[in-house]
Design a protein around this ligand. Structure first.
Ligand code: COA
Length: 414
């Protein structure tokens, strides 16, 4: 974080109405209303909230959840344990973990209302639009209704985390003219999702690989979708509204949509021999390479370290390392040419492909994991809330005379 005023300049927020004619009042307001405006747009390096959930050190390439290093969590934890950690701010005991696992299994089922809606959504909407609409619609049948206390919000959070895999899998089965696969209560979260999606119980390696990606994606400080969720929560709007907004923000290619775009790029490159030239050409055209660069990390994204390894391992296991090899060349050229590191989305693309996940479901799977973090952030926001309402710096014209419409000319309009 920057200290002092470096990276900021002094600006002035909009003057409140009235009294602008009195010089003494204007002078006072000007002094009082002076604000600091960051040099760069996009709220870069602006701290928007305090959180106990996750932390990033962009220079050292560190990420932690509640103080636990992401490498330890990726190596030893499970998604269910991370859900507990994010929602209770401590690791569970064995009994507590089993309780969380049971609750996530019990809440997988969606209401008849959502199942009926899914037939239309599967026929007519893209996967992320389906997810956004379904989560919004789920509020109509949540057993806690409009209850807004913390216990109700925790229950809503667990239901949303539990049902997201069901929504994605059911949508995919219906749009491909296959029968939905019921949840298997014997399978944990990641394995059950693959089973419901592909109609085949995954082996342990595949289930574990997906589980690791869910752990890696579960939370990531004040990213665009989490910020969106917290802004919505700060108005004291409900949990489902906040998560619906978060999904909408995640949908864009500069955020969650990047993993899908990264895989489309790998497909477009198609062949290892083509990779170097393809990237050089793309960079020459000033094209952004999806899955590279990050607002906060200035070194390797620690999540990419695990995903690179998984991409290689899953490729070797399937006897097809083409996507991993193309990815390695892309990584090398982008580093040489632009000095940019891969972010979480780059190697996630080939990992998800190796697991049999269709390209357009890669962003929904990001949501499937991140809903753990979003819901925890929403509860954190409610528990110490102040409306998030930043300033804007007005840069338009001032003191414009209001002309009656008959007196306005084309020239004045241009
Ligand atoms: N490919 C090529 N150039 C890139 C790049 C990429 N993926 N990411 C950043 N750059 C370049 C920009 O063109 C810019 O160059 P310039 O100064 O010559 O104009 C410079 O690096 C700074 O980029 P900027 O877009 O200002 O950084 P940001 O902090 O606003 O953006 C991202 C961060 C993530 C939005 C950006 O890196 C990006 O668009 N990456 C691709 C999408 C992606 O992978 N998103 C997932 C993020 S987890």
């Amino acid at each position: 974080m920057r200290h002092g005023l470096q990276g900021y300049r002094r600006g002035r927020s909009d003057l409140p109405g009235g009294n602008q004619q009195r010089p003494d009042v204007v002078k006072w307001i000007e002094a009082f209303e002076e604000v600091l405006v960051p040099d760069k747009g996009g709220l870069e390096e602006v701290v928007a909230a305090q959180t106990k959930l996750s932390d990033i050190d962009g220079k050292l390439g560190r990420l932690s959840y509640v103080g636990y290093d992401i490498h330890d969590l990726a190596d030893h934890s499970t998604f269910e344990e991370v859900v507990y950690l994010l929602h209770h701010l401590r690791l569970p005991t064995q009994d507590e973990l089993e309780g969380m696992e049971e609750q996530l299994i019990a809440d997988r089922e969606v209401s008849g209302f959502l199942s009926d809606l899914m037939t239309t959504l599967a026929a007519q909407t893209s996967p992320m639009s389906m997810l956004r609409t379904s989560v919004s619609a789920a509020s109509a049948h949540d057993p806690d209704g409009w209850e807004h206390d913390d216990a109700a919000n925790l229950r809503k959070a667990i239901r949303l985390i539990a049902m997201t895999p069901t929504l994605i899998a059911t949508y995919h089965r219906l749009r491909t003219d296959q029968d939905p696969v019921p949840s298997n209560p014997k399978l944990p979260h990641a394995a059950n999702f693959l089973n419901m999606l592909l109609g085949e119980e995954p082996d342990q390696e595949a289930a574990h690989a997906l589980d690791v990606t869910l752990v890696l994606y579960a939370d990531h400080t004040m990213n665009a979708s989490t910020f969106t969720a917290r802004v919505i929560a700060s108005t004291l709007s409900d949990m489902h509204s906040a998560i619906t907004g978060a999904i909408a923000a995640l949908k864009g290619p500069l955020h969650g949509g990047a993993n899908e775009e990264a895989f489309k790029m790998l497909e477009d490159i198609g062949d290892v021999d083509n990779a170097e030239r393809w990237i050089h050409d793309a960079l020459e055209r000033k094209q952004k390479i999806m899955g590279f660069g990050h607002r906060v990390y200035k070194t390797e994204d620690p999540r990419a370290t695990h995903l690179r390894r998984l991409s290689r391992e899953l490729g070797e296991r399937a006897g097809d390392t083409r996507w991993y090899e193309i990815s390695s060349i892309v990584e090398k050229v982008v580093m040489e040419e632009k000095g940019l590191y891969p972010n979480v989305d780059f190697y996630a693309a080939s990992v998800y492909h190796s697991l049999g996940i269709p390209t357009d479901l890669m962003t929904p799977i990001f949501a499937l994991a991140r809903v753990a973090g979003w819901t925890a952030h929403v509860r954190e926001q409610y528990n110490d809330n102040r409306l998030i309402r930043p300033e804007s710096e007005y840069i338009g014209p001032n003191d414009q005379p209001y002309l009656p419409i008959a007196e306005r000319t084309d020239e004045a309009a241009s």
